[in-house]
Design a protein around this ligand. Structure first.
Ligand code: NDP
Length: 341
């Protein structure tokens, strides 16, 4: 018997939506792509033809609210520049749809709170697209650490970097503070922050940070290039994280325990993951059957809706990261540690 599939509308047909998310629906068991929302009719028509969608299921930003009259759409997936997440989540919830929103959830704490309130008021669910929490190697790393494979966890280091290229369409808005909300921290440093939270299972209590941009580099007139931050957790674990729009592709974390070291490098790549465990017993490369984690996170939300459960990464999870990132910026501005929590 065919499983029930919920209908999804994807909003914003940019690089991530078209290259990763939309193709992932073919690996979904509980979710199907039924509608597109775009400012570019040509692009939407081309994709609709490619994915066999009906022309009547193509929307734009002006008639977005009429999604409320389309019973084929159960969920709206917002894949727009960061500062637009709040408006389209609120309007989507008001149209009576469940909302999946990309990271970072929004560009202010107030916007996150409005998004959560709008979904609650509409009786709809809200999930943030934290794909690493649905990815096999990251889940294995969490399991190994929680099961004491490296003894007592002491320190995490996590680094995320890539060169910003504002001549590419997907990076143009990332150099614009109004649309991006901030620089490398909001875009990729968030992966370092997330990793420290899901590996420890704790919330930080104190943050210190330092930021810099290469003097005269025109890419960083509005947003930061580099930001390093240190987090203190209640158990005594410390985390040293870096985030950069300057250095070459890095997306890794390392967990140091009293009896071993776990390394996932890359940790948050779309495809590649290398997991190494080093203990007294030697060094082990752990090989797993990787999953399509885009499909896994999409299906997770559909199943939560079908079974009326709270998703693993709800709006509150996104709000917590925004609160912490604002504290990281504050600590960097003040040059002093900031207490959180
Ligand atoms: P893109 O610029 O490639 O796509 C954004 C799309 O949003 C555009 O193509 C456009 O679609 C639409 N849009 C509407 N208004 C604007 C505007 N004013 N300026 C620019 N675009 C606009 O960006 P990405 O796909 O890289 O990122 C989109 C979101 O996804 C971001 O929030 C980002 O953080 C997140 N992301 C998450 C990743 C993850 O691994 N979880 C990875 C990459 C991105 P259209 O032409 O159809 O209107």
């Amino acid at each position: 018997m065919e499983e029930k599939k919920l209908g999804w509308a994807v909003v914003g047909l940019g690089k991530f939506a078209t290259e990763q998310l939309i193709p992932a629906f073919s690996d979904c068991k509980h979710s199907k792509l039924v509608a597109l929302v775009s400012g570019s009719p040509e692009k939407a028509e081309r994709l609709a033809a490619e994915y066999g969608l009906e022309a009547q299921n193509i929307y734009n930003y002006q008639n977005y609210d009429t999604l409320k009259d389309n019973p084929a759409v159960d969920v709206i997936y917002i894949v727009l520049p960061n500062s637009l997440h709040a408006e389209y989540t609120v309007r989507g919830a008001q149209a009576g749809k469940h909302i999946m929103c990309e990271k970072p959830m929004a560009t202010s704490v107030e916007d996150c709170q409005q998004m959560i309130a709008a979904c609650q008021k509409a009786g709809k669910k809200l999930m943030i697209g934290y794909r690493a929490q649905y990815e096999t190697y990251n889940l294995k790393a969490i399991e190994l650490i929680r099961n004491g494979k490296i003894g007592k966890l002491k320190l995490i280091t996590s680094d995320h970097g890539r060169p910003l290229k504002p001549d590419q369409p997907e990076d143009k808005w990332r150099a614009d503070k109004k649309l991006a909300g901030g620089g490398s921290l909001m875009d990729i440093g968030i992966y370092s922050l997330q990793a420290t939270r899901y590996l420890t299972g704790e919330e930080p209590i104190e943050i210190s940070a330092m930021k810099s941009s290469t003097p005269g580099d025109p890419r960083f007139k509005e947003v930061e290039e580099n930001i390093n931050f240190t987090l203190r957790f209640p158990s005594g674990v410390l985390a040293n994280c870096s985030s950069s729009y300057g250095f070459f592709e890095v997306k890794r974390f390392q967990a140091f325990g009293s009896e071993g070291t776990l390394t996932l490098d890359p940790a948050t790549d779309y495809d590649e993951h290398n997991l190494t465990l080093k203990t007294d017993a030697g060094t082990e490369e752990i090989k797993l059957n990787g999953n399509n984690h885009f499909a896994a996170e999409i299906d997770h939300f559909s199943v939560c809706i079908l079974e009326n459960k709270t998703p693993k990464t709800p709006g509150e999870e996104g709000l917590q990261d925004i609160k912490l990132m604002m504290a990281i910026y504050e600590a960097a501005e003040k040059g002093q540690p900031v207490k959180v929590g």
